[in-house]
Ligand binder design. Structure first.
Ligand code: ZN
Length: 616
């Protein structure tokens, strides 16, 4: 019997750094898809494919063409097929082989090589009227239905000259195992890399013949859920070459954003939601009125439970609520204006005795008060829906688990952790780790994370100044591996600051065996070619500077007096000048330019403004 390790080694010889769990026992098969610029295989889909299979087939055809120049035809399962075939999603042909989409668990997929046949399949959402009725609003408050984006596939792939090609993408939270299989296949066997949404960001080989060799991979994504959109902030926007909406929507699928249905966010008590609870006695006493509610009111508990039940029964989910799948979020408004009534005051007094995290953003000051309310709602909902969950964020003044309160088993918690402060050990990181461990020890319940990824960029964007960026591949890799090992189901990633760290985050979340050093090496080699060495030094040097100082550039002073000092800026400038000189091909030059303009000139402007102010 071949060991898994040996099998891996055999498969990896043709693939590269992405290592995966591999089923044993299937011999390696070699198949030529394009031979000397001529297609020698067919892509086969069902007559009426799922949105996932339709997209997967188009993506395979597009990338094969970009690599070889040949158009590998897409055929339906009703046509007569000769020669090698790639079966994409369930079809008559996969049925004949005894493989059906429904045999897979949610989020699971298969890549299987057989003589003359490659099978790419997984569980896919079926586009039926019934399925379209499913209720749900994600962490951003957007409906499940609205993430089934309509895009012009040609516009999204730089083929606008060929006329419009409108398609509906699978929704973020629709099962799309066939797409997972196709994207994993393109990465592992065809060496395609999606470093960003624009054509300039995509790397793949150029060759006349495309031969692939493999056995079998059957797996599921590692973190079950990842939600993380963005791209409008200064650095990443330039690195991504200012993508259009269709390119962005396609990119989220390529990165496999989405997964298990889950949502958690504030604002449950704001405007539209307030109409649902418009009883004046529910409003917080004092200046919180109109935003916070009286979280000790027993009738309010009943009313919130009713709304949750209506959602779980498929009756209604009004704008403003956040709920998906088995999860309904109960999170107060984002301020500290708690109710001043006597009962709330009494419970707040007990709550405020808990001094953990005192003086830091994430602390325990209101944990007892907020979780007391969440607990009461959960208790009520559990009576009728014992297998559904109430989602609580563990956030800000209620980040620590409450002391002296036994939480109901149907509460799902998402601690809000500041991964972006990974190099700031003294103030943030250790406190966050203590919070994380406290929740792991708190009991057996589904845990998600709200992962802050927005420092130092967000304060700079809001304050209209330019920051010294933070790159932290080692922290991202270490933390996601930790989350996975501890059974964290998924993350909401809050704030996307730059190209490579975001890419590393999503790749590691999908496959926690991703090695960050290999991924970073590969990125610089494939992306910048001749200029790779100074560009990599530039990237790692910025990372080291943040680590050395153990601060993140969240203020002008931290950014430019502590991190981006004149001496360091001089050193960093040398790497960029060298990269500009060494970039050989046109595409290398253009990519270096996106970093020179997007990262370096952005930094130079921030540095300049700071020292100009200092000298005034
Ligand atoms: Zn009150």
């Amino acid at each position: 019997m071949i060991s898994v390790k040996k099998m891996m080694a055999a498969i990896v010889t043709f693939g590269f750094c992405v290592s995966m769990s591999v089923a044993e026992g299937r011999p390696l098969v070699e198949i030529t898809l394009v031979n000397e610029g001529r297609p020698s295989a067919s892509i086969v889909v069902a007559q009426n494919p799922t949105p996932s299979a339709r997209l997967a087939a188009l993506e395979l055809q597009y990338h094969f063409r970009k690599i070889t120049g040949a158009i590998v035809p897409i055929r339906t399962d009703r046509e007569e097929i000769t020669g090698p075939r790639i079966l994409v999603g369930q079809s008559k042909q996969t049925n004949a082989l005894g493989i059906k989409g429904a045999d897979f668990k949610s989020l699971e997929y298969l890549i299987q090589f057989r003589p003359d046949t490659i099978i790419l399949i997984g569980r896919d959402w079926q586009d039926t009227q019934e399925n379209r009725k499913e209720l749900g609003r994600d962490t951003y408050g957007r409906t499940i239905q609205s993430s089934r984006h309509q895009i012009d596939y040609h516009k999204a792939t730089g083929q606008a000259g060929q006329g419009a090609k409108p398609i509906t993408l699978p929704g973020f939270f629709d099962d799309q195992g066939t797409c997972y299989a196709a994207y994993h296949f393109l990465e592992k066997f065809c060496q395609v890399r999606w470093y960003g949404p624009a054509e300039l960001n995509v790397v793949m080989p150029s060759q006349k013949t495309l031969t692939v060799r493999g056995g079998e991979i059957r797996r599921s994504r590692d973190l079950k859920h990842i939600h993380a959109l963005g791209g409008g902030w200064p650095i990443i926007k330039v690195q991504w070459d200012s993508p259009n909406g269709d390119e962005l929507n396609l990119y989220w699928r390529r990165l496999r954003i989405g997964g298990e249905k889950w949502a958690g966010n504030h604002a449950i008590w704001t405007k539209t939601v307030r109409e649902v609870f418009n009883n004046p006695e529910y409003q917080a006493k004092g200046r919180g009125s109109g935003s916070q509610l009286c979280y000790t009111n027993p009738k309010l508990v009943q009313d919130v439970a009713r709304v949750a039940r209506d959602y779980f029964d498929g009756k209604e989910l009004r704008d403003g609520f956040k709920a998906m799948g088995d999860y309904f979020a109960v999170v107060p408004d984002d301020n500290y204006s708690w109710c001043k009534c006597e009962k709330c005051r009494r419970i707040l007094d007990i709550s405020e005795e808990d001094k953990r995290g005192e003086g830091l953003f994430s602390n325990a000051r209101n944990s007892y008060y907020i979780f007391n309310f969440v607990n009461e709602v959960a208790k009520e909902v559990r009576k009728t829906h014992p297998h559904k969950f109430i989602v609580a964020l563990a956030y800000s003044s209620y980040t620590y688990p409450p002391k002296g309160l036994e939480l109901e088993p149907n509460i799902c918690v998402a601690p809000c952790l500041q991964i972006c402060y990974g190099y700031d050990k003294k103030t943030y990181y250790e406190n966050d780790l203590a919070i994380y461990r406290a929740w792991l020890e708190e009991g057996d319940r589904p845990l998600y994370l709200w992962n802050y990824f927005h420092h130092p960029m967000e304060p700079a964007v809001i304050g209209k100044w330019n920051c010294f960026p933070c790159f932290m591949p080692d922290v991202i890799s270490r933390e996601i591996k930790r989350y996975y090992k501890d059974g964290i189901r998924g993350v909401f990633l809050c704030g996307i600051g730059q190209q490579l760290d975001y890419y590393l985050y999503t790749q590691t979340a999908f496959d926690v065996d991703t090695d960050y050093k290999e991924l970073v090496d590969e990125f610089f080699t494939l992306y910048f070619g001749g200029a790779s060495k100074p560009m990599k030094t530039f990237y790692y040097r910025i990372s080291e500077i943040n680590r050395e100082e153990a601060v993140v550039g969240t203020s002008r002073e931290k950014s430019w007096a502590m991190l981006g000092t004149p001496e360091r800026m001089k050193e960093l400038g040398v790497y960029i000048d060298e990269a500009v000189k060494l970039a050989g091909t046109d595409i290398e030059k253009r990519r270096v330019e996106t970093w020179k303009k997007g990262v370096w000139e952005y930094m130079k402007a921030g540095h300049h403004q700071f020292y100009l102010r200092e000298n005034q």
